[in-house]
Design a binder for this molecule. Structure first.
Ligand code: PGA
Length: 251
């Protein structure tokens, strides 16, 4: 099973800037052996980027989808529209949860992604006050249980789950391995309890929250961590390629 690094560009870079960054990445990235590399640009960039992307080096993901496949949902994008444009989709990012997205919406989005052959990158994470109240693992496993309500064990096996403590996102300082470990193992054991060994076998669990190349080796040593979801670091080709290299160099 390959590791995975998913760059979340958030609401940054239109088509011209996006193609410049991808050009730089293509120049600087070597074809990877142990790491799948995915970038998630804004929707408007997906079509131009998909046309001439070097898929040996980079794959594309979206940052969100609607849970319906079509209909009167002004301003929304559905999973079937991404056919041929994206292989992955981020679902349930804390910035979207903060805008009112519920676990019920997220469960339906995970199901919509799978039904349309997109691999969901499901984001989970607790707030700072939840952490201070000792609720980190409870919050994360409650989100997980609710968000996977509409899928089967074999669906879960192909997913990526990102543990992203909300307080570490955009903070410039990542969580420490000791802060992350209990949540990673809680995610693993909850998936195993709910869906059995079949699901846990090829599920990838990754870390997000101010992730840079500097934490790659330390975090890959944590049992059960298979990659990263960088935001800020994915907008800088030197920082992003340094992360990929650190993962490729990790034994
Ligand atoms: P960050 O973002 O790396 O800039 O903290 C991560 C994320 O929100 O996915």
């Amino acid at each position: 099973m390959k590791r995975i690094i998913v760059g979340n560009w958030k609401m940054n870079l239109g088509p011209t800037e996006a193609s410049l960054l991808v050009h730089r990445l293509d120049e600087k990235l070597e074809a990877t052996k142990y790491t799948e590399v995915v970038i998630c640009p804004p929707f408007v960039d997906l079509f131009p980027l998909a046309k001439d992307l070097n898929r040996k080096k980079l794959k594309l993901g979206a940052q969100n989808i609607h849970y319906m496949d079509e209909g009167a949902f002004t301003g929304e994008i559905s999973a079937p529209m991404l056919k041929g444009l994206a292989d992955y989709v981020i679902v349930g990012h804390s910035e979207r949860r903060a805008m009112g997205e519920t676990d019920k919406d997220i469960a339906r989005k995970v199901a919509a992604a799978i039904r349309n052959n997109l691999i969901p990158v499901l984001c989970l994470g607790e707030s700072l006050s939840e952490r201070h109240h000792g609720l980190s693992t409870k919050v994360v496993t409650d989100q997980l249980t609710a968000d996977l309500a509409d899928v089967t064990a074999s669906d879960v096996a192909n997913m990526v789950i990102a543990y992203e403590p909300v307080w570490a996102i955009g903070a410039g300082v990542p969580a420490t391995p000791d802060e992350v470990k209990p949540c990673i193992s809680a995610i693993r054991s909850t998936v195993e309890e709910l869906y059995g060994e079949e699901a846990i076998g090829s599920l990838r669990i990754i870390y997000g929250g101010s992730a840079t190349h500097e934490i790659v080796a330390d975090f890959l040593r944590i049992p059960g961590i298979d990659g990263f979801l960088p935001g800020g670091a994915s907008l800088n080709y030197e920082k992003f390629t340094a992360m990929v290299k650190a993962s490729e160099d990790f034994e």
